[in-house]
Design a protein around this ligand. Structure first.
Ligand SMILES: Cc1cc2nc3c(=O)[nH]c(=O)nc-3n(C[C@H](O)[C@H](O)[C@H](O)COP(=O)(O)OP(=O)(O)OC[C@H]3O[C@@H](n4cnc5c(N)ncnc54)[C@H](O)[C@@H]3O)c2cc1C
Length: 368
């Protein structure tokens, strides 16, 4: 069997790796030379967590992803995953706190609930207003996206770089199947999924000389839901000099051709104010910035499906700002669809048809 994978970011690289793993003759095409910093898979770190507040149905997938990330590390010798734990912080009825607790209870996950006093005592990097609580997810940490893409592509025998695919029809004629995994470029090739590309910014602030508590051993990755700043997240220091923070969503809609790549004070100011209010040990002096893109579906869940026009074409749009952690399991699911015509994993929530007006879901519309 010969399969073309279009895109060599997180999803395309993972699909290529999992297809090659099964002995499929796979060719991965990318318009640039991945890993690169022009799409959605760059910036040194991505959060992986298990007590998934976006929906308990993600938990089995993330568990499989952990196994596959470790498998990739042992196949390639790459150092990809650092366990830190994750803190979901907010008011007790916030979506992050309630959703993480619901997932943990359904799936028997190892978590702890911390009140404001305990959170501040245990993690001096956090300044905790009264009334905030946290869920500590023990099965969580940081992945290195660039190293992960490099590792997955190193297991792919044929990678064709700097080769944009202009249309799928030639590939469909020359291969048995085509997997489209082009992230924010998806609307250029596919017009049957409603997608919005959103500009996102990462900012690194210099550490106070004293701030020894912001290391991966002492500062879990965190997601904070706050009324003033929306959803924000942070990563422990990876270089001992700076730490990265970002806002989840809140960005302007854009596309890969016209995205503003320059980061200015309007991007930085809310993050600096957030850090001053909620974090201890960051100076507010910017050491680095970057822009990246989310590719959002209307409900912020993924699309992993056959084309409704041609079952030789599988499309993955697994971003909406939270896809990276799942990349190897999503790549394996795409390989299932291509090789077996279906998958043992429950991907009913990721069907493209859910966006058509006549769609009736065949699952309960609860969080699990
Ligand atoms: C700022 C930011 C923070 C994030 N944080 C997290 C996090 O903490 N945890 C998490 O799980 N997820 C996170 N995500 C989401 C995650 O990073 C994305 O879901 C994931 O990287 C998407 O990968 P992709 O392969 O779909 O897209 P991309 O990485 O954009 O890859 C698409 C590839 O397709 C190529 N391409 C495009 N068009 C063509 C063409 N016509 N022909 C050939 N090649 C083409 C591009 O060059 C590119 O390499 C974050 C995303 C961003 C932007």
């Amino acid at each position: 069997m010969r399969v073309a994978v279009v895109g060599g970011g997180a999803m395309g690289a993972a699909t290529s790796w999992r297809l090659a793993h099964r002995g499929v003759d796979v060719v991965c095409y990318d318009r640039y030379s991945p890993p690169h910093s022009l799409g959605s898979t760059h910036g040194d770190s991505r959060i992986i967590r298990t007590a998934y507040f976006e929906g308990g149905w993600y938990v089995p997938l993330v568990r499989e992803a952990f196994t596959l990330w470790r498998e990739l590390e042992s196949e390639t010798g790459a150092d990809l995953l650092t366990m830190t734990g994750a803190l979901m912080i907010g008011e007790p009825d916030s979506a992050a706190v309630k959703g993480a607790l619901a997932s943990a209870s359904t799936h028997g996950l190892e978590i702890e609930q911390l009140d404001a006093v305990e959170l501040g005592r245990r993690y001096p990097g956090h300044i905790v207003p009264d009334g905030q609580v946290a869920v500590l997810d023990k099965q969580a940490g940081i992945l290195n996206p660039e190293a992960a893409v490099a590792a997955m592509l190193s297991r792919t025998p044929a990678v064709v770089r700097n080769s944009p695919v202009a249309s799928l029809s030639d590939l469909v004629d020359s291969f048995d199947a085509v997997v489209v995994a082009v992230g924010p470029w998806t609307p250029e090739l596919i017009d049957w999924i409603p997608l919005h590309v959103e500009r996102q910014v990462h900012v690194w602030f210099a550490l106070d000389a004293e701030a020894a508590w912001l290391t991966p051993e002492r500062f879990p990755v965190f997601i904070l839901q706050s009324r003033e700043f929306g959803d924000v997240y942070g990563i422990p220091t990876l270089d001992g000099r700076s730490a990265k923070v970002g806002r989840h969503h809140e960005g302007e809609f854009t596309d890969p051709d016209r995205i503003r790549r320059t980061v200015d004070e309007t991007d930085i100011d809310p993050l600096r104010r957030m850090a001053a209010k909620y974090l201890r040990g960051l100076t507010g002096r910017v050491t680095r910035t970057l822009t990246c893109m989310y590719t959002n579906t209307p409900d912020r869940h993924f699309v992993i499906d056959f084309s409704p026009y041609d079952r030789r074409v599988v499309v993955i749009s697994a971003c909406s700002g939270h896809g990276f952690k799942f990349a190897p399991v999503i790549g394996d699911i795409a390989a299932d669809l291509v090789c077996d015509g279906g998958t043992r994993r429950d991907i009913s929530r990721f069907s493209a048809a859910r966006f058509s007006s006549s769609y009736v879901p065949d699952h309960h519309d609860d969080r699990d």
